[in-house]
Ligand binder design. Sequence first.
Ligand SMILES: *[C@@H]1O[C@H](CO)[C@@H](O)[C@H](O)[C@H]1NC(C)=O
Ligand SMILES: *[C@@H]1O[C@H](CO)[C@@H](O)[C@H](O)[C@H]1NC(C)=O
Ligand SMILES: *[C@@H]1O[C@H](CO)[C@@H](O)[C@H](O)[C@H]1NC(C)=O
Ligand SMILES: *[C@@H]1O[C@H](CO)[C@@H](O)[C@H](O)[C@H]1NC(C)=O
Ligand SMILES: *[C@@H]1O[C@H](CO)[C@@H](O)[C@H](O)[C@H]1NC(C)=O
Ligand SMILES: *[C@@H]1O[C@H](CO)[C@@H](O)[C@H](O)[C@H]1NC(C)=O
Ligand SMILES: *[C@@H]1O[C@H](CO)[C@@H](O)[C@H](O)[C@H]1NC(C)=O
Ligand SMILES: *[C@@H]1O[C@H](CO)[C@@H](O)[C@H](O)[C@H]1NC(C)=O
Ligand SMILES: *[C@@H]1O[C@H](CO)[C@@H](O)[C@H](O)[C@H]1NC(C)=O
Ligand SMILES: *[C@@H]1O[C@H](CO)[C@@H](O)[C@H](O)[C@H]1NC(C)=O
Ligand SMILES: *[C@@H]1O[C@H](CO)[C@@H](O)[C@H](O)[C@H]1NC(C)=O
Ligand SMILES: *[C@@H]1O[C@H](CO)[C@@H](O)[C@H](O)[C@H]1NC(C)=O
Length: 836
Amino acid sequence: MIFVYLFLSLLAAVATAEDGSRAWLRYAPVPQADNYRSHPSSIIALNSTKSSPVYTAGQELQHGIKGIFGKQLGINGTSNSRPAIIVGTVDAYRKAYGNFDEADGLEEDGFFLSTEGDNVVIVGQNERGALYGAFDYLSRLAQAKFSTVSYVSNPHAPIRWVNQWDNMDGSIERGYAGPSIFFQNGFVVTNTTRVAEYARLLASIRINGIVINNVNANVTLLSSRNMDGLGRLADAMRPYGVQLGISLNFASPQTFGGLSTFDPLDPAVDAWWANITDQIYTRVPDMAGYLVKANSEGQPGPLTYNRTLADGANMFARATKPHGGIVMFRAFVYDNHINETNWKNDRANAAVDFFKDLDGKFDDNVVVQIKYGPIDFQVREPASPLFSTLRKTNTAIELQVTQEYLGQQCHLVYLAPLWKEILEFDMKADDRPSKVKDIISGERFSRPIGGFAAVVNVGTNATWLGSHLAMSNLYAYGIMAWDPAAQSEEVLGSWIRLTFGFNRDVMDTITDMSMKSWPAYENYSGNLGIQTLTDILYTHFGPNPASQDGNGWGQWTRADSFSIGMDRTVKNGTGNAGQYSPAVAQVYENINTTPDNLLLWFHHVNYTQRLKSGKTAIQHFYDAHYEGAATAQTFVKQWESLQGKIDAERYEHVLFRQTYQAGHSLVWRDSINQFYYNLSQIPDEAKRVGNHPYRIEAEKMALSGYRTYAVNPFHTASGYTAIVTTSNSTVGTATANVTFASGTYDVAVNYYDLIGGKARYELSLNNRTIGQWTGDLEDKLGHAPSIYLDGHSATRITFRGVEVNKGDILKIVGKPDGIEPAPIDYISFLPPGVAD
Ligand SMILES: *[C@@H]1O[C@H](CO)[C@@H](O)[C@H](O)[C@H]1NC(C)=O
Ligand SMILES: *[C@@H]1O[C@H](CO)[C@@H](O)[C@H](O)[C@H]1NC(C)=O
Ligand SMILES: *[C@@H]1O[C@H](CO)[C@@H](O)[C@H](O)[C@H]1NC(C)=O
Ligand SMILES: *[C@@H]1O[C@H](CO)[C@@H](O)[C@H](O)[C@H]1NC(C)=O
Ligand SMILES: *[C@@H]1O[C@H](CO)[C@@H](O)[C@H](O)[C@H]1NC(C)=O
Ligand SMILES: *[C@@H]1O[C@H](CO)[C@@H](O)[C@H](O)[C@H]1NC(C)=O
Ligand SMILES: *[C@@H]1O[C@H](CO)[C@@H](O)[C@H](O)[C@H]1NC(C)=O
Ligand SMILES: *[C@@H]1O[C@H](CO)[C@@H](O)[C@H](O)[C@H]1NC(C)=O
Ligand SMILES: *[C@@H]1O[C@H](CO)[C@@H](O)[C@H](O)[C@H]1NC(C)=O
Ligand SMILES: *[C@@H]1O[C@H](CO)[C@@H](O)[C@H](O)[C@H]1NC(C)=O
Ligand SMILES: *[C@@H]1O[C@H](CO)[C@@H](O)[C@H](O)[C@H]1NC(C)=O
Ligand SMILES: *[C@@H]1O[C@H](CO)[C@@H](O)[C@H](O)[C@H]1NC(C)=O
């Protein structure tokens, strides 16, 4: 029978599109399902209220077992059919079956799962916990883990939220997967199907709250029509145990409520917030709470009235307290107009400077939400010193699943290892073990609440995040918020099995690519603790190291012609190292004990500074950029080795992105290396930088209808120059004689793909067409677009295995469209194994 079930469900699986919408909840048939002998034959869900997560658990078990085993179980159906899967809360279980001793070990949201007896028993401390247990059981089955188990699982911390940065008009700040699932045209959506699906996905990784709107909050969320909408959204999420939260704009009493002030100590303001809060809780009785970004990046806040940040936070705390709500108050407060001329100025000091005197002054239902590092989600940062500064205040860590500075889902970057480094970092407060994970859970400083928030920014795209592989980050976030002791690679392994199945090569290859991905990205973007070197003034995507300096944002590198880095020492610099506990401060204060990967974060050094590896800093830059980009090239080949081993739909989608990443990693490599070579004039010992023997520069070709163009930033073009058509209606032609030896080459064209036009290109050799393409990546990739020729729009297309004869005439015809003048940087003729 099982064979038949498997066969039928395999057919069903083939018929289901692998568009990513099912994420890790595919419930695909598993191999060796017949090992699972004692199939329960029914499900007993100890609650029939449809909004109950226990009811949901019953439905989910039915759905999952149908997918995995092809077997339809009744829910309570023939209520005595045994063995059964019993799911419910402790209370309901006791009522139905009497004693339940394991309850003692359960904490809020925790669950007990046992497959030991005849029945499978899943008991949650609360309804949500019961659902988590059901998902855990299904995850085991879907991974063919059929062994007998019995265990209790409790969360590391009570707050496990995601933050969406969705705007009322439906756009998403730093979102790379299409428009909002929550808002459209200024209003909460009416169709909540996708919201419920998102809640289900989050419940399966034990996330219990979603703040649905941008921290740069729009007051129109508080209109009565939108408040009604919040009620609808909460209704859609409630069966999954996911609570709704919202971001608020501090100035609302004035800009929306018509009061003359938004002073947090003005009684009228207090009353206004109490009223609004009551109105929201009328619609959403179980609202999780508020998230507030105040006095940050132009947002209003209490400082306008000379009130403290604690005064501001406590105002919201008073309003939500009667309803059991909490207030997440962001520590991301800093002045974005600081003067770089002053060597001692440092944005990294801001959070501790603003908050240290407020410790103990926040109400009990306030949680200070702290970004993992002192600056802003950079590829490498030390843990924020605020974690060990606040001892009498609840805290939570803020992570980013959306890859704002980390390739925007167009580069594979598996983030769990980054998060682990921070979570496991020992802040050594009072010389006692003080890991970040134990501070934010409330354990280390005996705080009642605390936990995790991650900016996620899913959109309407079927893949949720715009990229299939990026979903490992969302999965890992949930798993680690529940259990930070989980190992990055094991979490990844579960995700791969659930997402792509059991093929050994698939497992090994995606594991290898993912585990190499953060180091690779760090290598070809910003290494040695110099942040990401993305363009911080425009898209946060492509390279532009100069954008870090010369402005008030304080993400400075202080690079000049002979030195680089932020001097954050106490003895001669900004004093930031001194914000850590003495045992940690001592490590960072001394250049000899500072790890190389944070060297330029804490120290200003000459490019010729020797690292612990023995290399100079500048040579490390060059080498790392070559190594990182070389690794990104191997991801393409690794992925191609999986052809036929996963479904074609996801295979093609991922291949497209890996190919893009390989090309863009070369843009990064050359751009950063050209920039620092230009600045330091120190040559690369390996003579690679500025030396590209396989390239034909477009500007050196014979041009007709094309003209040369000085690209800005200069280092984002090979030889600093590209070509563009002479007008937006002139077809351009560039030709050159091929002088390379005859043979087979991969021919790569580096060009710029701008938003605002879809230029067309044709590449030929002796009038033999090698390839044609369109500049339409803005429709396919989802990263922040650019209207310029720069490091964001620079990209590459490669034609493999082209027969080339010495003396061939190379020709590119470019047809501009809109504002896109068919820009071309260079053409590479690459012998096997060469990436240039
Ligand atoms: C299943 O039966 C139990 C009692 O045996 C009851 O509490 C529960 O509401 C029922 N669930 C459903 C989904 O009907
Ligand atoms: C069933 O679920 C509803 C909604 O969550 C809840 O109010 C009720 O207390 C639950 N009943 C039992 C017996 O668990
Ligand atoms: C707030 O949202 C409304 C409705 O979408 C929009 O008209 C307005 O411009 C937004 N305000 C801000 C400051 O973004
Ligand atoms: C609601 O959205 C879902 C998923 O996006 C879609 O399948 C469904 O057709 C929509 N329902 C209505 C009534 O538009
Ligand atoms: C809030 O204020 C409005 C208008 O001032 C009033 O009509 C309403 O009753 C108040 N609501 C609550 C819950 O206090
Ligand atoms: C805040 O304090 C400063 C100096 O202490 C004073 O100049 C300013 O007027 C005060 N602002 C308000 C709104 O009270
Ligand atoms: C920065 O400080 C320097 C030295 O004090 C001063 O000359 C300069 O005008 C300041 N720049 C700005 C933008 O305030
Ligand atoms: C000390 O700080 C000054 C700026 O005040 C800087 O020019 C100098 O390079 C620093 N010295 C060292 C050893 O880092
Ligand atoms: C750094 O380089 C400058 C300029 O070449 C030189 O004066 C200084 O001595 C160097 N510092 C160190 C620590 O090597
Ligand atoms: C290619 O070489 C031929 C013969 O040497 C020359 O006449 C022609 O101008 C060259 N074309 C280009 C595009 O450089
Ligand atoms: C998802 O987004 C990508 C771009 O990020 C696009 O290529 C693709 O067509 C989108 N798919 C859906 C179903 O929206
Ligand atoms: C070309 O540019 C002009 C001026 O910027 C603009 O008005 C025109 O629409 C553009 N033409 C095309 C085909 O995009």
